[in-house]
Design a protein around this ligand. Structure first.
Ligand code: TA6
Length: 282
């Protein structure tokens, strides 16, 4: 099998399907530059995508890897998670080489973004699919003539068979902001994180890989350029209140997000920044 990229319609929107020589496949939508599916060579879907997700651009697509920029969550006055989740992005590059497939999508400031955030920027998402591995990279360039600062995230929704049986390793000893408990600053003393209720944590200074173990599957999650890792599961009550989630969907998802949240990035004019999240099924 050779690697390939084809244009497809996915839930009625424009998207690209990437296939790697290993048999792995991924779908990336132009709306939001969002990875919506990632299937490893064993045929297993690794990402959660809600059956009630909305694809008409009126809200962000619930699942996959939403891109949050220039604001993570409610860390500022902008709409939650920033300005680019519901934006149409354009394909700027695509290539298949030596068994892997790669696409780049780009967007920039426009009248709508400048009304809310008066800065000139260029943003690019690069997705590389290779063997059992998926890389998603966000690059931001300040194309204006004054500095700006931003926060952001790759808000990855991982699919799990049963969240209570999933274990996250690699966060022990780290400090986190507990958004589910009044934003208290705490330290994680547990050997592993098992989700048994609402979890909404921003872990700081994550340098080691985080490993998700779930029904016989190990997924290694490595971030570069993103110093924070967010772990989110809305649990029963919040999930039931979300119009684009099924009542029991909280059991089948766990967000492990590569984020820059605690310390915003200060980007001078003409400067660039990038951050990457690498997921690898092992
Ligand atoms: O990243 C975690 C978080 O900020 C949670 O607080 C939760 O609200 C989630 O993102 C989803 O946000 P959304 O705007 O997509 O509903």
């Amino acid at each position: 099998m050779t690697a390939s990229i084809e244009s497809i319609q996915f839930h009625g929107i424009e998207a690209l399907r990437l296939t790697a020589a290993s048999g792995a496949a991924a779908v990336v939508s132009l709306l939001g530059a969002q990875v919506l599916s990632w299937i490893t060579p064993d045929g297993r879907e690794q990402l959660f995508l809600s059956d009630k997700a909305v694809f008409d651009g009126s809200r962000s697509i619930r699942g996959g890897v939403p891109v949050c920029f220039p604001q993570f969550s409610g860390l500022g006055d902008l709409p939650k998670h920033g300005l680019v989740r519901q934006k149409p992005w354009a394909v700027s590059e695509q290539a298949c080489r030596e068994g892997y497939a790669m696409v780049c999508l780009e967007t920039a400031d426009d009248e709508a973004t400048r009304t809310l955030w008066p800065h000139a920027f260029h943003a690019e998402i690069t997705v590389v699919l290779e063997a059992s591995r998926l890389d998603v990279e966000l690059a931001v360039e300040n194309t204006g003539n004054a500095s700006f600062s931003f926060t952001g995230a790759l808000h990855t929704y991982l699919r799990v068979k049963e969240v209570e049986n999933a274990h996250l390793h690699g966060l022990q000893g780290l400090e986190y902001r507990d958004a589910a408990n009044g934003n208290a600053l705490r330290r994680d003393n547990g050997e592993e994180l098992v989700v048994e209720g609402e979890v909404d944590r921003v872990y700081h200074g994550v340098v080691k890989p985080v490993v998700l173990t779930d029904s016989g599957r190990n997924l290694t999650i490595v971030a570069e350029g993103f110093p924070d890792t967010v772990v989110w599961n809305p649990w029963e009550t919040l999930c039931a209140a979300m119009p684009d989630m099924e009542r029991l969907d909280f059991r089948y998802m766990l967000c492990v997000e590569a984020a820059v949240a605690r310390q915003p990035v200060l980007l001078p004019a003409d400067a660039s920044w990038f951050g990457r999240q690498t997921l690898e099924a092992v």
